[in-house]
Design a protein around this ligand. Structure first.
Ligand code: DPP
Ligand code: ZN
Length: 896
């Protein structure tokens, strides 16, 4: 397979201005007639027209109504000697495809008797021959024909302009999209669906019809998605002045989907996971994910659809920006400053546990990659989450109003175009001349071109006589594949100083005439920067990188006492949480590095890993009446095993697991009475509502129950497991029910088996709930190697289905990608399981298989015997003759 390089970009030699598609939908053989108006691009040297196609049966090609010669070359349909005049020519292509055989779920496929499409990134070429690249934007008219009884609902992008009956029990619908679009935003849906409808009037006074389509029977679970959509429409108008540009906006849910959702123009297709919710079947986390994904896809309507990407190297242009927008939307919906901080902490936790490892591993790539073999492999946490951090830093550097001005200029300049990350950055900077961003734009854009997570090292020294505090910040960035050395990044560092008693000190720098605010943002844009604060009466505790103002690692040699001060008093909620994380991390790392106190092979630690001061501070947090429940839950959650592993040079995954489990047990037992009090105080009264405050209380109650069941397992006490089982049975909502079930399962209590069986019986007809049931078992803490046999048994469960991505993810990914303590077995059997599953999935769905293939990305950091066993497993996959280019690229890079 060949690599594509960013530098090779060339404008298309031909444009496609209009597309008329006629579909005769049939699961076994769908016929597609594609009539295009094609025109030479006069700005580019004459070249043959090369149309992309994949898995198509070609029946006919006609130019201006007559036959034409063509040839096939590397899967492309090549046409030469075409009319070159300005008016262009008609090109008609007739093909067939087999949607029911399409298990890759790219292009046109069938899910539970309904037709769906997925075209991003390169799925349209599996529907018809086309210039399948985002910079070719055309007007679409779509005629759908199908059996009326089997496919009563026929949908495509834009407006329904005509529908009617045909002979033989068939019917048709004709859709016209008023907006030009790249083909990756094309969509059609046909099947037995029902819709929740909502008419709204925008701020601008226009009427719109919003629709959420689901299978009959699921209509009762669409209220939250519709509310989220209405909130998204209102938010984009209020915050960015961006209104809905369509008369009709549709969301359709499918249970077979490779990703979360897809922003097709006017016809979003969603994984059911991000649409369906009821209090009985969805957790608070599900409710909040739905809000954020509905927002994300809706926001793409402007950032992605109206202005799209010139080429797929620019993917973060739309994804980073749209993630930033959905993060801001969720924060604004959450409301209080404290709820905003909770959302920020959650987002940073994802970044640090998923993106930092990616940035340090074999798949590391810049936010704007330089090359790829399979673009589907680059829908990554780097493109999305780090891309969003880059946009957030711009927001920080130009301010909220400045960013709004920049967005306005971006749309003035580029509406209707396919552009680059450079164009976006230029618009934000040009709208803010003289800003911290505009004055160093070229250096700032290294965030787009350089991979790797920078490290900011901070050193402080206090001069008691002069009452000055000197802070030196310096930066470095490790080498990444093909990038041995890096130039300095532009890093906004928000900081403050605390007095020893925890009070905030006003900041006055050398040369300033008066003290200013107690928090400010400095810009580190050189290898090192020294700041001198004056009028500092006693040695301060620095609070650095507040709100996580840049996606970097911060290295500062805090004493335990300083961290305890920050944990107790920092006015920045993020750093207050971070101080607790650092203290817990420090204890964990000391225990991992420590001598023979603990056996490495899954044994238990007898030693106390966390000291009395830390436990006291955590207890105080739990008891603090000023703090929100959601925030307490975050502070009391230990860093994950994968985050711990990232802090080590050589990883013994069993020891990491054992240490973290010992710390959980210590938290559970040392704070037992506090957990009891917290649980009792966190009970909800009144009707279920998924808002941030109620969800926070339920999260803390669930955490308390988990801790109490864990403590009971150690002490032999039967009261709390009994209460938990009762709560599991009586729960009025899925959050409480699943929280209780998790508490029993993760503590390894004997009640767990009966509860799991009961849960399955209750929800056997609800696929999304059964996904949770699989995921909980595959993700539960390993006890002497018990998880893999359970996973293997579940593979044989009648409800398990490898072809359904949600189900495959719920069982296999929950084990291989998200349960390191269970997956990294010293006997290597976890890796054998992984090899077999990667190969089996690859034959069905390469995109999903390639995600699973990344479970061993960090193999070279592992200690022996894991390292050699993991390498051998990857080599075994790589040695397979019939790999997709998706999996091939991942394992090749892993072994480089
Ligand atoms: N559907 C994916 C997303 O919205 C890809 N565009 O991020
Ligand atoms: Zn997106």
């Amino acid at each position: 397979a060949t690599a594509h390089h960013r530098g090779d970009y060339q404008a298309p030699a031909w444009w496609i201005d209009t597309v008329e598609l006629t579909f005769d939908l049939d699961p076994a053989k769908t016929r597609v007639l594609n009539r295009m108006r094609v025109r030479r691009n006069p700005d580019v040297a004459l070249q043959p027209l090369r149309l992309d196609g994949d898995e198509l049966n070609l029946a006919r090609v006609m130019v201006n109504g007559g036959g034409t010669s063509f040839r096939m070359d590397a899967g492309q349909l090549v046409l030469e000697n075409l009319p070159q005049d300005e008016a262009g020519f008609d090109l008609e292509i007739f093909t067939t495809c087999a949607p029911e055989k399409n298990t890759a779920l790219m292009g046109l496929y069938v899910s539970q008797g309904t037709f769906f499409t997925q075209c991003e990134a390169e799925g349209f070429r599996r529907i018809t021959y086309f210039l399948d690249r985002p910079d070719v934007m055309a007007s679409y008219q779509v005629l759908l024909r199908a059996d009326k009884a089997a496919y009563p609902v026929l949908l495509s992008n834009g407006n329904l302009v005509e529908q009617g009956e045909l002979d033989g029990g068939r019917h048709f619908a004709k859709w016209v999209d008023p907006h030009k679009k790249p083909c990756y935003l094309f969509a059609l849906v046909a099947g037995k669906l029902v819709a929740r409808q909502q008419r709204i009037t925008s701020r601008a006074g226009k009427e719109h019809l919003l629709e959420v389509y689901v299978r009959p029977g699921d209509l009762g679970k669409t209220e939250h998605a519709m509310h989220s959509l209405m909130a998204s429409v209102a938010w984009d108008e209020a915050r960015f002045g961006l209104s809905l540009d369509l008369e009709r906006f549709m969301i359709v849910a499918t249970s077979d989907f490779n990703m979360g959702a897809m922003e097709n123009k006017g016809l979003n297709v969603f994984n059911t996971k991000y649409v369906l919710a009821s209090q009985a079947t969805a957790t608070d986390q599900d409710f909040s994910n739905i809000e954020s994904v509905v927002g994300h896809e809706y926001f793409h309507n402007w950032t992605g659809n109206r202005i799209t990407c010139r080429d797929w190297f620019q993917l973060s242009l739309k994804e980073g920006l749209t993630v930033f927008r959905d993060q801001e939307f969720s924060m604004d919906m959450a409301g209080s400053p404290s709820a905003r901080a909770v959302k920020r902490i959650e987002d940073v936790r994802v970044l640090r546990t998923m993106q930092f490892p990616e940035d340090a591993g074999p798949m590391a790539h810049p936010v704007r990659p330089e090359s790829y073999v399979e673009i589907n492999n680059f829908y990554t946490v780097t493109i999305y989450e780090k891309g969003a951090e880059v946009v957030r830093m711009m927001h920080t550097l130009v301010g909220r109003d400045g960013f709004a001005r920049g967005m306005k200029l971006y749309f003035e300049r580029h509406d209707g175009q396919a552009v680059t990350c450079d164009d976006f950055a230029a618009a934000i900077a040009d709208a803010n001349p003289g800003s911290e961003l505009a004055t160093r734009l070229d250096a700032f854009k290294r965030w787009y071109s350089q991979a790797g997570t920078p490290c900011v090292k901070a050193e402080g020294s206090y001069d008691a006589a002069a009452q000055t505090y000197t802070l030196t910040l310096s930066q470095s960035c490790p080498a990444t594949p093909h990038q041995p050395s890096k130039l300095p990044f532009v890093i906004p560092v928000e900081l403050g100083l605390l007095a020893q008693d925890g009070s905030a000190l006003p900041l006055q720098m050398d040369g300033e005439t008066a003290p200013g605010t107690s928090s400010r943002t400095v810009v580190l844009d050189t290898a090192s920067l020294t700041l001198r604060f004056i009028g500092v009466a006693s040695p301060p505790v620095p609070s650095l990188l507040r709100s996580f103002s840049a996606p970097v690692r911060l290295d500062y040699a805090y004493t335990d006492a300083e961290l305890l001060t920050l944990l107790a008093y920092d006015s920045d909620a993020f750093n207050r949480w971070e101080a607790g994380q650092r203290l817990m991390l420090r204890c964990a790392i000391n225990a991992i590095a420590g001598s023979a106190d603990a056996p490495s092979a899954g044994g238990q630690f007898d030693v106390e890993i966390m000291g009395a001061d830390l436990l006291t501070a955590l207890r105080r947090t739990l008891r603090d009446p000023q703090l929100d429940a959601a925030y307490k839950e975050l502070v009391l959650t230990l860093p994950s095993e994968s985050y711990l592993a990232e802090q080590l040079d050589v990883v013994d995954p069993q020891r990491v697991h054992a240490v973290r489990e010992a710390m959980r047990l210590q938290l559970a037992t040392a704070l037992q009475s506090d957990w009891e009090a917290t649980y009792e105080a966190s009970q909800d009264t009144g009707a279920y509502r998924p808002d941030a405050a109620s969800a926070g209380r339920r999260a803390l109650a669930g955490q308390s129950l988990s801790m109490l069941c864990l403590a009971a397992q150690a002490s032999g006490d039967a009261v709390w497991p009994g209460k938990t089982l009762q709560r599991f049975k009586d729960a009025g909502n899925m959050t409480d029910r699943f929280g209780a079930l998790s508490a029993l399962v993760t503590s390894g209590h004997p009640h767990a088996a009966a509860a799991l069986a009961r849960f399955h019986a209750l929800f056997k007809d609800d696929a999304l709930v059964i996904d949770k049931w699989f995921a909980l078992q595959a993700g539960s803490p390993d006890r002497g190697g018990n998880v893999l046999p359970a996973v293997q048994a579940l593979m044989k469960h009648p409800d398990f289905q490898l072809t359904n991505p949600n189900r495959a993810r719920s069982l296999i990914f929950s084990y291989c990608n998200a349960n390191p303590g269970a997956f990294h077995r010293a006997d290597g059997v976890g890796y054998h399981f992984w090899v077999d599953r990667v190969l089996a999935l690859d034959a069905i769905n390469p995109q999903v298989a390639a995600r699973l293939a990344r479970a061993l990305d960090r193999w070279s950091k592992l200690a022996e015997p894991w390292r050699s066993a993991a390498q051998a497993a990857i080599t075994q996959v790589a040695g397979h003759a019939k790999l997709s280019k998706d999996v091939r690229e991942v394992v090749t890079r892993a072994l480089e």
